[in-house]
Design a protein around this ligand. Structure first.
Ligand code: AMP
Ligand code: MG
Length: 404
């Protein structure tokens, strides 16, 4: 059995080797949130476009303030939207009143804060010196005209949207989102609208997977529910292979009615792994058939959720044109001692919250990998590595916040 890291590396390698290049769309900037840039974006002019004051005060020549206090003559005003028309000439001892965000007039090289001055009519007494450049953002210092401000492959969040707006990108070229077919399997699984018989289970996995796919930048496509029968299962899998990725849930364990691998094998699938030292999620399957990648995720709801987060979501991001990114693990203090005797990597539903100054993570009470009440109480996954067989309360441990 391969380790979690080996399995995730296989996902990254196989996707990279397939060198898929998604098509692109041009969308209005307002609609670009969550999408992945299909082209580098350049600065259309210097940013900032002029030396910008970061303070309210007086634009000065720093050299005039070598000895303070000193009296300067105030020659005018510069405010945002209304720059000072002239410049600070060769004449010594002159300043211009300036507001935050306004262009620093030519000839001035620093801004002295208003708090360090006293005004008397057209004269200003400056009480403290400034270094050249102080309280001024140099023209082009954030980005020079023509320079790359955002690389192709970057996902657009509100921060990127602000930058795109500032370089005049009213429309943005982004990669097409991959469509991800979702196929739950199991004779016991029924649509959520139906009232289940006592032995039936509502199809919660498809709903969770749909949300996870969307959060990872994919477009979920619900195929319905496959029974544990070769014929109909095969037909639905074939329909799923029309999409960029196929996610199956259930039917990948060793039971007599676990038919997913058999049917995929009959269709000529190549399997890259069929079990991983992961808890929950050991029977996870990853492979490719008819040019399309698929994941067979174990059907227990927490297993499905975890394996989608750690394997399928990074794959969806890559299929959508983003660079492969290893799950970002952050550290928190463990709330309660934790033991495990096996050599698996565990991703346990847990809750992380600030306590005093540190984040503290506590595993939610759960009844095993079917416990959706436990999963819903969680806001992260506690990551326990194979060598961490005994963890004491207060130890720093890894936490995965997931795709959200
Ligand atoms: P399996 O991996 O097929 O052995 O499924 C394991 C268990 O997960 C089943 O007994 C069901 O209780 C549960 N399960 C399977 N598929 C779903 C689903 N689509 N939604 C909710 N629970 C499911
Ligand atoms: Mg099943």
């Amino acid at each position: 059995m391969i380790s979690f890291e080996q399995a995730l590396n296989l996902v990254a390698e196989r996707l990279a080797a397939a060198s898929l290049s998604p098509a692109s769309d041009v969308v209005p900037l307002d609609d670009a949130r969550g999408r992945v840039l299909a082209r580098d974006v350049f600065a259309d002019r210097d940013h900032p476009p002029f030396p910008r004051s970061t303070r309210d005060g007086y634009a000065v020549r720093a050299a005039d303030l070598r000895q303070v206090p000193v009296w300067l003559a105030c020659a005018g005003e510069a405010r945002a939207g209304a720059p000072y028309a002239g410049k600070l000439g060769d004449e010594l001892g002159v300043c211009v009143e300036i507001m935050t965000g306004a262009p620093v007039p030519p000839g001035a090289d620093a801004v002295v804060m208003i708090e360090h001055t006293r005004r008397d009519g057209s004269r200003v007494e400056v009480l403290r010196g400034v270094a050249p450049g102080e309280n001024v953002v140099r023209q082009g210092s954030e980005a020079p005209s023509g320079g790359v401000v955002l690389p192709r492959g970057r996902r657009v969040t509100p921060g990127e949207m602000a930058l795109l707006a500032s370089v005049g990108a009213a429309t943005v070229e982004v990669f097409r989102q991959p469509t991800v077919a979702i196929l739950p399997t199991g004779d016991e699984v029924v649509p959520i609208e139906r009232s289940p018989k006592w032995f039936q289970i509502r199809n919660s996995n498809a709903i969770a997977l749909g949300g996870q796919v969307a959060a990872a930048g994919g477009i979920p496509y619900q195929l319905g529910i496959a029974p544990d029968e070769v014929g109909p299962l095969r037909e639905l899998i074939e329909a799923g292979l029309e999409h960029d990725l196929l996610l199956l849930s259930g039917g990948v364990s060793a039971g007599k009615y676990d038919l997913v691998e058999q049917v995929l094998g009959d269709l000529g699938a190549e399997f890259y792994f069929q079990s991983v030292a992961l808890r929950p999620g050991k029977p996870t399957v990853f492979g490719r058939v008819r040019g399309k990648f698929f994941f067979g995720l174990p059907g227990n709801p927490v297993s499905t959720f975890v394996t989608c987060e750690v394997f399928a979501c990074p794959a969806i991001a890559v299929l959508g044109g983003a660079a492969f990114a290893w799950p970002l693990l952050l550290r928190a203090r463990l709330g309660q001692p934790f033991r495990q005797s096996h050599g698996l990597t565990a991703f346990m539903p847990a809750r992380v919250e600030m306590q005093d100054v540190d984040p503290v993570v506590t595993v939610v009470g759960w009844q095993g990998s079917g416990d959706l009440v436990g999963l819903a109480a969680a806001n992260c996954l506690l990551v326990v590595h194979p060598h961490q067989t005994e963890l004491a309360a207060g130890e720093w441990v890894d936490v995965f916040l997931g795709y959200r």
